[in-house]
Design a protein around this ligand. Sequence first.
Ligand code: ADP
Ligand code: MG
Length: 246
Amino acid sequence: MSSPILLAVEDLTVSFDGFKAVDGLSLYLERNEVRVVIGPNGAGKTTLLDLICGKTRATDGSIKFKDLELTKMAEHQIVHKGVGRKFQTPSIYENLTVAQNLELSYPSGRTVFGSLFFRRTPKINQRVREIAEQIYLADDLDKSAGLLSHGQKQWLEIGMLLIQDPELLMLDEPVAGMSVVERERTAGLLKEISQNRSVLVIEHDMDFVKDIAHKVTVLHQGKLLAEGKMDDIQKNERVIEVYLGH
Ligand code: ADP
Ligand code: MG
């Protein structure tokens, strides 16, 4: 049987000219878990995702994804091993359609002739339709991505990660700027996708966090301040003092 732990971060530290943005942090993420990381601005949340996806190199500590040591691997290798990461601003191709954006992200969607020649096999078409259904864009497949609403662009980018079938999906403030309805649909989407993968989310919207989080990790000055169920986190005096009370 495989271990229930998908990601093990241990004693992770990154120092920028002596300033520790992440400082001796350990956290363990289980398979099919939705974990939300919260904390004040500058706490090190985005830096944590940068370290996991290989964008930033750790100064010390380890990041184990299954049996792989990610601190030793390049960014593209980490993606290839099944870690997908969504940045705060969507990076979609605005002048291409929703379907084309998804096709381009399909692992073998790019042919040797370049990105304009899509290999539209029945298998790829079906996968594109499945994903479009999941991200609430089934009726917009032929629409230019540039014409989507802000929330729909965020969903499209999530879809572009999902089509690569990652085992760990990381999202940095996915509902910032979304309408209430879009937030609810995003919560539904994350709950559904976590049925066969783990999700690590950074978010500030506490109603959203409460809705989706299995467990919450609170960061403060690069360190772990608290961890547990949202109900307990909301009552934690130190968390209220440094974050929730503001
Ligand atoms: P959060 O996402 O929790 O708001 P960040 O992870 O973006 O915080 O940043 C944590 C701290 O690390 C901040 O003080 C930020 O200025 C600093 N920081 C992040 N990246 C770098 C970098 N590449 N070089 C220097 N300082 C950085
Ligand atoms: Mg951030």
